[in-house]
Structure formats: structure tokens, C-alpha cells
Ligand binder design. Structure first.
Ligand code: FES
Length: 95
């Protein structure tokens, strides 16, 4: 499936159709979505954790809303992954 992600930071609109995870979230520090998701996989569960691990939203702060969305999305995906393992979906699918 072809997927395009669009993000708006103030008046600037960014789109990345080739590799959504490479989309820059924080322009000040050049942090992309992949780096934020990696921080979540490494244990970040709050915006403060994300800021401490990556530096996102620690300069102008204009990326904070987008970073919070990525954090929420990544946490939900991890939660669903854990639930599928706990509920045995993974084992049933593999069998
Ligand atoms: S765009 Fe992230 S701190 Fe400025």
C-alpha cells in the first residue's frame, strides 16, 4: 500500500511518501520519526523521557505536538504488540 504522511509545523508542510520513518519531526535537532520510535523501544514512555533521550522539543519547541503524537502512536503499537503476545495471538499464528 502506498502511504503518504503529511505533517504541519507552523506554516510549513512536510510530506514523505518514500520512507515515512525518515520524516524529520524536529528541525532544530534534525530528529526523525525513526529516532523517536527507537527511543520509545529503548524505554521512553513520557515526553520528558523522549526529550532526555533525543533532545526533541528542547530548542524552539515547535515540534512538541508532533513528537507527542509519535510517542503516543509508538506506545500504542508496543502495547498492542505486548497484548498480542500475552493473549497468545503470536503463538496461534505461528502454529
Ligand atoms: S523543531 Fe524541535 S525544538 Fe525546534
Amino acid at each position: 500500500m502506498f502511504k503518504i504522511r503529511i505533517i504541519r509545523i507552523n506554516d510549513a508542510v512536510f510530506a514523505d511518501s518514500a520512507s515515512p520513518l525518515n520524516m524529520i519531526v524536529c528541525i532544530c535537532h534534525g530528529i526523525n520519526e525513526k529516532a523517536l520510535r527507537s527511543a520509545v523501544e529503548s524505554g521512553a514512555t513520557t515526553m520528558s523521557d523522549l526529550q532526555a533521550q533525543t533532545g526533541v522539543a528542547t530548542c524552539c519547541g515547535k515540534c512538541a505536538d508532533c513528537a507527542k503524537c509519535v510517542l503516543s502512536e509508538a506506545l500504542n503499537e508496543l502495547r498492542n504488540e505486548v497484548l498480542s503476545v500475552v493473549s497468545g495471538e503470536r503463538f496461534l499464528q505461528a502454529a
